[in-house]
Structure formats: C-alpha cells, structure tokens
Write a protein that binds this ligand. Structure first.
Ligand SMILES: CC(C)(COP(=O)(O)OP(=O)(O)OC[C@H]1O[C@@H](n2cnc3c(N)ncnc32)[C@H](O)[C@@H]1OP(=O)(O)O)[C@@H](O)C(=O)NCCC(=O)NCCS
Length: 193
C-alpha cells in the first residue's frame, strides 16, 4: 500500500511526502491508477462528478446538483495534515479518465478524519470503493489521525455495508432519522490493502 512518509526538513518541522501513484487491478482484472489528486486535476474531476448518476451524486453530496468550480477545487486539494483527495483513474484511447474519488478532511475539534467517497456507476461492485477507502484510511493515519468518521444516508446500504466491513461502528443520527453516523479506526481497517 502506498503511504505518506514523514520526514524532517532542515527547520526540524515534520512534513508529509506523498508517494507515487500505484497501479491496482480491480476484480475483473482491469488496471486502475490510484493517486493523490492535484490542483491540475480539476478538469478530470469535473468530468467525473458530472457523469455520476443522480443517485450516486445524491448519496455522496446529499444533493443531485452539479458541483461548482470552487467545490471542485476543494475536492482536488491535498494538504495531508488537513485534507486529502485520492483519485482512481483509467486511460482509455490515450486519455486519462477519473473513475473514483475518496476524500478526508480533518475535524479540528475531534482530531479525526471525516471520510467520503464515490465510485463511477459503471465501476461499482469491483472492489474499488473498498480499496480507495482503505488507502485513504492509511494516508489519514500516516497524517496523525486515529479515527475516521462520516455521515451516510440511512438508505445507503452499499456504503453502510462497506464501512461495517472495514470495522466501523454505525449508529443512527439522533438529530436526523434519515442519516447514520459511522466511526472507525484508521490504524488497521479490516480490509485487504
Ligand atoms: C458506496 C460505494 C462507494 C461502494 O463502492 P464499490 O466500489 O461499489 O464497493 P466495493 O466493490 O469495494 O464493495 C465493497 C462492499 O460493499 C458491497 N456493495 C457494494 N455495492 C453494493 C450494493 N449496491 N448492494 C449491496 N452491497 C454492495 C460489496 O458487495 C462489498 O462487500 P463484500 O465484499 O462483502 O461483497 C459506491 O456504491 C458509491 O460510489 N456509491 C455512491 C456514493 C456513495 O454512496 N458514497 C458514500 C457516501 S460518502
């Protein structure tokens, strides 16, 4: 599994170094590149989020509307101690296409990482969601965060199944019956990396 390495610069402050992209093969054998997003990926991200089905977009963002440019910029920003986007891409006819995105943001109040992800509809159920979420957990943990949390629609059976598989505790949101909250250890998520 690709990891963030901690290194000390000349001033003695820690900095996080992001490792290279890695190639991974999904359940049907196709090769997928997994890597941190860069600011230059905004056009890839726009095409990816625009082609999601209304259901996938709604499950990810609790809204089916298209994302604005500033939201896309936010979702491609990587500052490992605070926020990170991991993306999955394939190359078709020489053109790179994004097929998945996982994202964490540090919750400053609780010292944990808020996690979220979405996989392109045609690439779901091939193991990619589990792979990306496990990788993201590893990055967040390398950045010093011990727990991952998130809100999931109570009707979102695939995501609830996935986080439970990775060892998360899931409870109903006491303030909103349509939502569940999950919390999981980032140290050793129960999944193949
Ligand atoms: C939730 C989501 C990320 C899962 O991604 P995925 O690539 O399809 O998941 P995987 O193939 O890695 O499967 C992980 C597990 O979930 C299960 N699963 C995935 N989709 C499922 C479905 N539609 N119904 C039932 N189980 C499902 C898989 O069977 C697997 O469990 P198993 O190994 O015990 O069989 C994907 O469905 C998605 O992008 N949904 C829309 C966005 C969303 O809901 N995001 C979560 C909110 S932050």
């Amino acid at each position: 599994m690709s990891r963030l390495a901690l290194a000390s610069d000349r001033r003695g402050t820690d900095r996080l170094r992001i490792c290279n992209p890695q190639t991974w093969h999904c359940r049907d054998g196709r090769a997928i590149v997994l890597r941190p997003a860069r600011a230059a990926d905004i056009a890839l991200a726009r095409a990816f989020f625009d082609q999601l089905s209304p259901l996938s977009r709604y499950r990810r963002f609790c809204s089916a509307r298209r994302l604005r440019s500033e939201e896309l910029a936010y979702l491609t920003r990587t500052e490992p101690r605070r926020t990170m986007a991991l993306i999955a891409t394939v190359t078709v006819g020489g053109v790179e296409m994004q097929i998945g995105a996982a994202h964490y943001v540090k919750d400053a109040n609780h010292g944990c990482a808020e996690l979220a992800l979405v996989i392109a509809d045609r690439w779901q159920r091939l193991g990619l969601g589990e792979k990306l979420l496990t990788m993201l957990a590893g990055y967040a943990n390398a950045a010093g965060l011990a727990r991952g949390t998130g809100a999931v629609l109570a009707s979102n059976a695939p995501m609830l199944h996935l986080v439970r598989k990775l060892g998360a505790h899931v409870r109903s949101d006491p303030a909103d019956a349509t939502l569940c909250q999950f919390s999981m250890s980032l140290q050793c998520p129960r999944a193949a990396a």
